[in-house]
Design a binder for this molecule. Structure first.
Ligand code: AMP
Length: 412
């Protein structure tokens, strides 16, 4: 199927083809038609599925020409995600004359006010700063026709739901609402009941990580062996960019220092960084100046880097949903990716929960040359020798190489 059945404006079709988007992704296929018809839509899909275009195309189609008054409002949890949406808006909205303003914190408010005053059609915002603009009277939301709530579950995790409810109260009741979430906990369902009208639900693969990702667990008997295991693993895998998750900001900082002193070009992304430093870290990682990024869960939201070949969970995530979010950073737009999780004996319950969600056992792997005593597999029952590992969510054959680096491999 192509985009033709949606009867999009010629400019939008031209922009799609310029981006090389020849056919809609599953979420786009399901959402675009419903949204263009004017329905409220609840989309269960994680980042990496093409959901940004799924809501932007109907918005661009609906707005048509600029009227210099906000008619679409997109609310997201992080400024990185806001910037990512702006980038897609600029690509898909090229030549439409539609104008945008950003409203997120961590940067000065005055340039945002100036932009809003000049007259825009779309506002892309994070909840806190948007409320600030509302209180100052610097944004007019009285003509909003479409509201998008993106990554609603993450907004809930970050404590933004009361803010969202306050924002929604300022919008016209007569509007279209599109809500996207990787998971649908009860709080989000309840929000949806309150702010949406007879929504159509579109569900993509039950919030599973992309099918192109191969998962594997590496056992360590104790936390102290994680860094040696990681260093050994980094030597052996054929990798592009690697995203490593730790449980806390402190652990992210420490691991970053360890990796740098081992000679790896590494950057990190944790909470409380200034906007400038976050941007420098993200740009450096995206452009390949840094091949490794160490991040915490919240800091990684909105990270859209297409060349991530490996996600390594140095610490297993505390929630299954976080596992899905983390893993969704690789295997994007149908590229292959590997997701490795380091597991200590204390993590057994979390492993079970993740495997239950994935619907299958994850492969157990042992690293060649890494001391057995430091990597006992006893707490991961029925361990299989390397090479014979079971695969989860991988449709095609094994292709990742273990053992010494391949000559002519991508990068060591
Ligand atoms: P998103 O889930 O919106 O973050 O999109 C994930 C990735 O998919 C981005 O890199 C997009 O450029 C890409 N993408 C979105 N829609 C399409 C499409 N129809 N065809 C190919 N790639 C797409």
């Amino acid at each position: 199927m192509s985009f033709i059945p949606f009867s999009l404006h010629a400019t939008l079709m031209a922009n799609l083809s310029e981006q090389g988007f020849s056919k809609p992704t599953p979420i786009q296929k399901e959402t675009i038609g419903l949204a263009i018809e004017g329905h409220d839509v609840m989309g269960l899909a994680q980042t990496g599925t093409g959901k940004t275009a799924a809501f932007l195309l109907p918005i661009l189609q609906r707005l048509g020409q600029t009227r210099r008054i906000p008619r679409a409002l997109i609310v997201v949890p992080t400024r990185e995600l806001a910037e990512q949406i702006r980038a897609v808006f600029e690509q898909l909205g090229k030549g439409t004359g539609l104008r945008w303003a950003m409203a997120y914190g961590g940067v000065g408010i005055n340039p945002q006010i100036t932009k809003l005053k000049k007259g825009v059609d779309v506002v892309i915002a994070c909840p806190g700063r948007l409320l600030d603009h509302i209180e100052r009277g610097t944004v007019d939301l009285s003509k909003i026709e479409v509201l998008v709530l993106d990554e609603a579950d993450r907004m809930f995790d970050m404590g933004f739901l009361p803010d969202i409810r306050r924002i929604v109260k300022k919008l016209p009741a007569e509007r279209q609402t599109l809500l996207f979430s990787a998971t649908m906990p009860e709080n989000i369902r309840s929000l949806a009941r309150d702010v949406m009208r007879d929504p159509k639900t579109v569900e993509i693969s039950h919030s599973m990580p992309p099918a192109t990702v191969t998962h594997a667990l590496f056992a360590v008997s104790d936390n102290q062996y994680k860094t040696p295991l990681l260093l050994a693993l980094l030597k052996q895998i054929d990798r592009d960019s690697v995203l490593i998750f730790t449980r806390t900001k402190y652990r992210a900082e420490r691991l970053t220092r360890q990796l740098i002193s081992a000679g790896h070009r590494t950057t990190s992304l944790q909470g409380n960084l200034s906007q400038g430093r976050r941007k420098a870290a993200m740009d450096g990682f995206r452009e390949g100046t840094f091949r490794i990024m160490v991040a915490t869960d919240i800091a990684s939201r909105g990270l859209d880097v297409s060349s991530i070949s490996h996600v390594i969970n140095y610490d297993i995530p505390a929630h299954v949903d976080d596992y899905v979010h983390r893993i969704g950073r690789t295997g994007r737009a149908a590229k292959d990716g590997d997701a490795f999780t380091f597991v200590t004996p204390d993590d057994a319950d979390l492993v079970r929960a993740i495997e239950k969600r994935m619907g299958s056992r994850l492969a157990r792997r042992i690293l060649e040359g890494f001391k057995e005593s430091e990597q006992p597999n006893a707490h991961l029952k029925k361990a299989k020798p390397a090479g014979q590992a079971a695969k989860a969510h991988k449709s095609s054959g094994q292709r990742r190489h273990f053992g010494p680096p391949r000559s002519g491999g991508r990068r060591r």
